[in-house]
Design a protein around this ligand. Structure first.
Ligand code: 9Z3
Length: 327
């Protein structure tokens, strides 16, 4: 009996060890971004400055997967960054959070997402006589509202960009080193659409692939970093992941599977074409649907998602505090 148990323990320990080695090996073969130290310093200072608040890391937008080391071509995905940028605004507006917004370069950002550069230009008039620039009066209420929110929250927002899959993964890991210090006060809201596939640098063409013949590419699976993230990088944080499918029939079962596999608190399940109108919040014990008619009512579903997760995070903190005070 005793030897059976110790054998089991050894097996379990070795599988955790194997997993860590596998993740380390995966990172070791990727090109490390050169700005990680400065990101860590900036994030550390930002969190210190805001330690009277809860801290959220919101990821947003899609990662690229390069096809060549000297990259001309890459594989990308659909994500516009609406979910992440809108959620960041609503979370900041609660007044309870400082937010690190880790987003795909050139995807949507809080506040500026409300208009394209062209829309903004069309609302400005240059007066040749006075050389003055004026803003259309019909546009002023909307602009005023956005500028007001931007000003009220700018000290609590830190924006960091990524483009490639490896930039995203390295930066995410680096940020968790900072966030881990803040324990259950930290919320991770992982809305970025991160590639599941990549070409290992050792298998990648060095130069632009020539178009002299048809092309067949082989992608390897990206190891699931959510597992070490939940288990080792930020074990005390409130972690929320998103699950995206195009087949509604498998969405909830996949979301539940993710929850069991990674052991975090909440999976927000969405289907590609209805993602602006419906999400399902899946926990270990139940599920809750949030539904809006975004077109008809001019509302954003992120407002309700954020209200919901803020409450869940608070309940989590209260529970952790109660548990620590009884031990
Ligand atoms: C999401 O599911 C996000 O809600 C969207 C938001 C990417 C759909 P947009 O940026 O879209 O507003 O246009 N994010 C996570 C997608 C994802 O890749 N999840 C992985 C999966 O489903 C798990 S980590 O396997």
């Amino acid at each position: 009996m005793a030897s059976g148990t110790s054998h089991l323990m050894t097996q379990r320990q070795s599988s955790v060890f194997d997993e860590l080695v596998q993740i380390d090996e995966f990172f070791a073969q990727l090109q490390k971004p050169s700005n990680l130290d400065s990101i860590r310093t900036k994030a550390g200072e930002f969190c210190k400055r805001n330690e009277h608040l809860k801290i959220a890391l919101i990821t947003s937008g899609g990662t690229t997967v390069p096809m060549e080391l000297n990259t001309v071509r890459f594989v990308d995905n659909f994500s516009a960054g609406t979910r992440g940028s809108a959620s960041t605004e609503y979370l900041l507006q609660t007044g309870q959070y400082a937010v690190i917004f880790l987003y795909r370069s050139k995807s949507l950002e809080p506040y500026s997402r409300h208009f394209s550069p062209d829309e903004l230009l069309n609302q400005l008039q240059w007066e040749p006589e006075t050389d003055d620039i004026t803003v259309s009066s019909s546009f002023k209420p909307k602009l005023r509202e956005i500028l007001k929110h931007k000003k009220e929250t700018e000290d609590r927002l830190l924006k960091i960009t990524f483009t490639t899959l490896s930039e995203y993964l390295f930066t995410l890991r680096e940020l968790t080193l900072v966030l881990n210090e803040f324990g259950s006060n930290t919320m991770l809201y992982l809305a970025a659409a991160v590639s599941d596939f990549y070409i290992p640098p050792e298998n990648m063409a060095i130069h632009k692939i020539q178009s002299s013949e048809p092309l067949r590419l082989h992608f390897e699976l990206v190891p699931k970093v959510l597992r070490p993230l939940v288990k080792f990088w930020v074990p005390d944080a409130f972690v929320i992941s998103f699950k995206l499918e195009t087949d509604e029939n498998i969405l909830l079962s996949k979301a539940r599977k993710a929850l069991t596999k990674y052991g975090h608190k909440l999976v927000i399940a969405n289907e590609l074409n209805t993602r602006k109108d419906k999400v399902t919040l899946v926990t270990e014990t139940d599920s809750e649907v949030i539904k809006v008619d975004s077109q008809l009512n001019n509302v954003e579903i992120e407002k309700f998602i954020v209200e919901n997760v803020v409450q869940r995070h608070q309940d989590f903190i209260t529970q952790v505090e109660a548990e620590t005070s009884t031990h």
